[in-house]
Design a binder for this molecule. Sequence first.
Ligand code: FAD
Length: 473
Amino acid sequence: VRRFDVVVIGSGPAGQRAAVQAAKLDRTVAVIDKRRELGGVSINTGTIPSKTLREAVLDLSGRRERLLYDSAPARPPVPIRDLLQRATQVIQHERRVVQAQLARNGVRVFEGAGRFAGPNQVVVEGPGETVTLEGSTIVVAVGTAPAQPPGLAVDHHRVVTSDDVLHLERLPRTMAVVGAGIIGVEYATIFAALGIEVTLIDKRTEILDMVDRELVAAFATAARRLGVTMRLGEEVRGIEALDPDHALLLLRSGKRMATDLVLISAGRHGATGDLQLDRAGLGADERGRIVVDEHYRTAVPHIYAVGDCVGAPGLASIAMEQGRHAVLHALGMPTAGPTRQFPFGIFAIPEISWVGPTEAELTAQDVPFETGVARYDEIARGQILGDEEGMLKLIVHLETRELLAVWVLGTQATELVHIGQTAMVLGGNLDFVVNNVFNYPTLAECYKVAGLDAFNKLRALGALPATTVTPAS
Ligand SMILES: Cc1cc2nc3c(=O)[nH]c(=O)nc-3n(C[C@H](O)[C@H](O)[C@H](O)COP(=O)(O)OP(=O)(O)OC[C@H]3O[C@@H](n4cnc5c(N)ncnc54)[C@H](O)[C@@H]3O)c2cc1C
């Protein structure tokens, strides 16, 4: 038995940050991962591959050029080898970064599947000898695996999940994406930008139900223009092999659809099945998730669970912060408390990003608000970039002018959102936006334009106190 102050199961963003935080506090730390490659879903199969593919598609397909130059020549189809090569380079680099970071901080890495043998013991079974690690604190950060709905068997060839995208041997001519959540929508638009005919299917009648409806409407138009066909309110009942290279989708409505490739993105399940949680006095729900309190502590006080295996929001950004917070709490260090005001990013084409609630959520809570909108086509930088679809919307409290939410669609949305997030976290209100100067020409100027739009609406409503300074422009 090898003893450590902190034993972390999983080296994804949650586990990695937990381990480094504990090491920075001079604790002895072990990280266990069943994969030889460190970095979890985030680096190896999810976030980094999909985001690198997105950029490679935008560059190699010539889409950026075509938006800007009428004379841009048509490009030949992009070889899959070129797309995947770029992703592989970035993945390998990121893996090395994680490995070096753990090594630099003296974290011991054990390769193998971890399972509980008791509340403080984790057995690691891997390619080498089986070892038992004992930890005063244990952090479970095992993440998730793609859910496979019954009847939709994945063969990793014609029917794949996001885990298989990096192993595609060829690009399909036609593709069906089953499930219009974030991952489905991202890959549907990324593949459509390559000229592939993509059909996005979901049994729900709306896509992206967590997103403000005004942006969803604009996004759906942009996605259709890109070549995505949406079949909503349609359930896939089964998938059959049509021939060695084609699949046949059977829809509950009776429709049939032949396609080269089916990507199933029907949610993810906590990867807790093999952990023998019961040996530690714990359990998981029907989706493999572990219940935790606001400090990510399980029902057993020295065992914490962080990242995707505790459920929503399922973001690498949050997983990292949860890992750090859990360890600080376990080691009795003061923390700023769990993050509440955090941004979301959907790296589809176009991007969507936000911080704060939707208009519909605020209306349901009887919060009086006004909105201000800037459209990229009225912003000089939007013209320079050739992005005429983008928009930024501010939602402002009608009486206090507090910034309640920022919604952005279009180029750089996932970066732009942080300006609004900063203002919100620091308690800034609409006056901060309208009385500040932003570099020109930039997309950040959208904040000023949207702010003035909201400001003028508030003035027209008589909602501004007489002492409010009128902005100069
Ligand atoms: C296609 C896709 C795109 C995404 N895009 C984004 C994005 O753009 N932005 C964003 O913020 N998030 C994104 N995500 C989500 C993000 O990847 C996850 O939120 C994040 O990886 C969760 O981190 P984690 O540490 O909880 O788990 P994971 O990254 O899943 O890591 C868990 C690790 O635990 C290991 N493990 C599991 N069981 C055991 C065991 N019994 N013993 C030892 N090791 C074990 C696994 O091998 C794995 O390495 C995306 C996800 C997918 C699938």
